[in-house]
Design a protein around this ligand. Structure first.
Ligand code: NAP
Length: 350
């Protein structure tokens, strides 16, 4: 099988390096171009600092970094974007207009009415927005967005509960790892011995994005889900993996055991299609009283799984639980790659 040639925008950053790692040996995709800022363009990829384990894949070490503009990515069909928001806002539409299939981790297009905000296990049917997007904008390419990393894992855990019991209210407190702020990110002096109870513009994303992803595609657009989310977001001194403490009010009452069963038994299209990056199961429920833990559980399912535990009654709402997910794997690069696998399998990528 001829592999699909892909390019990565922001290839030197925290998410960009995850893309490189996940795509280096991918069975369907082949890295053909790596983009970065004008500070890095022209350098060999190996000249930039690699922050992941294991070492930088051999196949990309000598590739030259290019500017993040469409003409530098000629020959690629798919663009995985991990650029800062201001750059994404400027360039992603240019790529889509030029015929590239763009899978973005950045924020600017997430809430556009004609852009699927997609978690492959949660709302694969929202891909039906793509022909609408292409017709409305006159693009031969398209943009598919990933959710915010914290919203990704929250929504993944809420989906089976919403399907089975209906959500009425969600209250969430996050403890988010430093890699969520990019590289080099938060300064050591700020985060050591500390919890920072503010992450700029994070709480609105957590309060809005799940409603779009759990919304219903009605043939024209997405009708947002009808429940309220209240979020507190904190930066903590862990490296990777966001932990979230969640309380929910349900429209149909359920016991902790019934909620656990709904989460445990949840399967979706990526598992049915056997997509290469699909975790199976996509949600793991732990029974131990002290799990999930960030260091022990973030690589569950190669970092693609959402781990839930401590499901119990909530004296104010109905149920409460803890969830954990890897922010740069499932919450960013891995989520994009899985979206691209699905759309490739379904014939959206030609
Ligand atoms: P990062 O570590 O700061 O990396 C930014 C990347 O963008 C670098 O490769 C950088 O290249 C490149 N870049 C910067 N300015 C540019 C310009 N003017 N033109 C082209 N490229 C430019 O950031 P990150 O954490 O990987 O985040 C990337 C995107 O993903 C952001 O939109 C972020 O909100 C989103 N996201 C991040 C996470 C996470 O957990 N970190 C999760 C979900 C979504 P140079 O090395 O040349 O500067």
């Amino acid at each position: 099988m001829t592999k699909i040639k892909v390019g990565i925008l922001g290839a030197t950053g925290a998410v960009g390096q995850r893309f490189v790692q996940l795509l280096a040996d991918h069975p369907w995709f082949e890295i053909a171009a790596l983009g970065a800022s004008d500070r890095s363009a022209g350098m060999a990829y190996r000249e930039r600092r690699w922050v992941l384990q294991p070492d930088m894949p051999a196949a990309v070490r000598d590739m030259r970094l290019v500017l993040g503009e469409p003409q530098s990515f000629a020959g690629c069909q798919v663009i995985f974007s991990a650029t800062p928001n201001d750059v994404a806002e400027r360039v992603e539409a240019e790529f889509a207009a030029a015929g590239y299939y763009v899978f973005t981790n950045a924020g600017p297009h997430r809430m556009d009415a004609d852009v699927p905000l997609m978690i492959t296990d949660v709302n694969p049917e929202h891909a039906a927005l793509l022909p609408i997007q292409q017709a409305q904008r006159g693009w031969s390419g398209f943009i598919v967005a990933n959710a915010n990393c914290t919203a990704t894992h929250l929504t993944s855990a809420l989906k089976p509960l919403h399907d089975a019991f209906g959500l009425e209210k969600v209250f969430v407190v996050s403890m988010q790892a430093v890699s969520g702020a990019g590289y080099p990110g938060v300064s050591t002096m700020d985060i050591s011995d500390n919890v920072i109870p503010y992450i700029g513009n994070e709480e609105p994303k957590l309060e809005e994005e799940p409603l779009k992803m759990l919304g219903r595609f009605d043939g024209q657009g997405v009708v947002f889900a009808d429940f309220a989310v209240s979020a507190h977001c904190n930066r903590v001194a862990t490296l990777d993996g966001h932990l979230e403490c969640v309380s929910v009010a349900l429209r149909t009452k359920a016991t902790p055991e019934e909620a656990a069963e709904a989460l445990r038994s949840y399967r979706s299209l990526p598992q049915a299609l056997g997509l290469p990056s699909a975790p199976d199961p996509c949600i793991v429920v732990r029974d131990e009283p002290d799990r999930p833990q960030v260091r022990l559980d973030r690589m569950t399912g190669a970092g693609m799984t959402t781990v839930v535990g401590r499901i119990r009654r909530d004296p104010i709402l109905d149920l409460k639980f803890v969830l954990l997910g890897h922010n740069t794997v499932r919450g960013a690069a891995g989520g994009s790659v899985l979206n691209a696998e699905l759309l490739s399998k379904q014939g959206y990528i030609r």
